[in-house]
Write a protein that binds this ligand. Structure first.
Ligand code: NAD
Ligand code: GLY
Length: 354
């Protein structure tokens, strides 16, 4: 088992992260016993796959399953969850466990921040993406009127249980989704990049993935501890995401992680024409992306997608788009590009990459 401790606001608040196969079954009873009541939020898919696991949980626990999917990461679902928490008679000394992917983690984290002005929260991420990214760092949110994550709060979980055995039931598409964030972390962290390159033929092998989950957590934990509220270093974690989100909103055919990988491809090219880059490294990164994508993909009409970058809350009130682009091993650059130029270049890059 691997353990990480994140400290925020001096020493007062901390998150403990435990990583290992089987740790949910192992650690749940003792953690739940710390609270009079435990409210477990999950989604209907995870609930049906893990019915037996939920059935065995301690007597002070009750389970609420929301509908699965990003389309339910909405204020009305949040209100339903808060209603269920109130109906269960949850008090300030109780705890919400979010057992699921990033959707459950984000909305559950926000519910725990709001209910009675804040109750304890334990994150139990069950997708690869949520294990390497969303369960760590305390960003919680719901979407509103087509803008992702625009209503939210920073709420650090008290504990995160990262149990690799949940990955056994994950569909391949969701594994690829998590790979998007893993490759992103690799582009920010030289040691992880080397590991991914050395194991290019094992990117979908669960044993390999379980081995690199802690490396990803260590990287993210370092970044959020340095810059919890994203005023500096945490912006690096947006690598590939501005263009990835724009392509995702326009095209809506692939998974989030696949669009992040495509975003990284485009943003590497945007960097090449603006800042001094290590072109040999960027070539290796692009090859890694193609492996994660299962080959050279068909690319969406990127020029038309460019305007969707305005639906990113970070760009909503500006005439320029800000991207975090890879430039060399472990290095990135923040680039501010006027929209018209961004759209034109995305068209040219698409032509070049096709
Ligand atoms: P998700 O939560 O929608 O899960 C994907 C699908 O997998 C769902 O259908 C779910 O029911 C199913 N599933 C979950 N665990 C499973 C398991 N073990 N076996 C079988 N099926 C399982 O999606 P996600 O990719 O985990 O998360 C995406 C969300 O995370 C987005 O809303 C995104 O905005 C958010 N996110 C947040 C942060 C953050 O820092 N808070 C970072 C990255 C992404
Ligand atoms: N996923 C980006 C962040 O947590 O900041």
């Amino acid at each position: 088992m691997k353990e990480f401790t994140l400290r925020f606001h001096g020493e007062q608040a901390q998150s403990k992260i435990f990583c290992g196969e089987g740790i949910f079954d192992e650690m749940y009873p003792a953690l739940a016993a710390n609270y009079p009541q435990v409210f477990i939020l999950t989604d209907e898919t995870v609930f049906s796959v893990y019915k037996e696991t939920f059935g065995r949980l301690a007597g002070n626990s009750r389970v609420y399953a929301m509908p699965a999917g990003e389309e339910h990461k909405q204020p009305n679902t949040l209100i339903e969850i808060l209603r269920a928490m109130a109906a269960a008679g949850l008090h300030r000394g109780d705890c919400l466990f979010a057992v699921g992917g990033g959707v459950v983690g984000d909305i559950g984290g926000l519910a725990s921040a709001l209910y009675m002005r804040g109750i304890d929260c334990v994150q139990v991420p069950t997708t690869l993406l949520s294990q390497v990214d969303s369960s760590v760092g305390g960003k919680t949110a719901v979407d509103l009127d087509g803008v992702k994550n625009i209503v939210g709060a920073f709420k650090q979980p008290n504990t995160v249980l990262v149990d690799g055995s949940f990955l056994k039931t994950l569909p391949a598409r969701e594994v690829r989704c998590g790979l998007g964030e893993i490759v992103k972390h690799g582009a920010l962290n030289g040691a992880l990049f080397d590991k991914l390159i050395e194991n290019r033929d094992r990117l979908f092998d669960l044993a390999f993935l379980n081995g690199v989950v802690p490396d990803n957590i260590a990287h993210k934990a370092f970044v959020v501890q340095e810059d919890e509220k994203e005023s500096g270093l945490r912006k690096s974690l947006n690598l590939g995401h501005t263009t990835g989100h724009a392509l995702e909103l326009f095209d809506a055919k692939l998974s989030h992680g696949e669009y992040v990988l495509l975003g990284l491809l485009f943003e590497a090219e945007l960097a090449k024409s603006r800042v001094l880059c290590d072109k040999g490294y960027l070539k290796k990164l692009q090859e890694l992306i193609y492996t994660a994508l299962g080959g050279k993909p068909g690319l969406p009409q990127a020029e038309e997608a460019a305007c969707f970058a305005k639906l990113d809350k970070k760009n909503a009130i500006s005439e320029s788009v800000v991207i975090t682009a890879p430039v060399a091993k472990g290095e990135y650059a923040l680039l501010e590009i006027p929209y018209a130029e961004y759209a034109r270049e995305l068209r040219e890059i698409r032509g070049k990459l096709q």
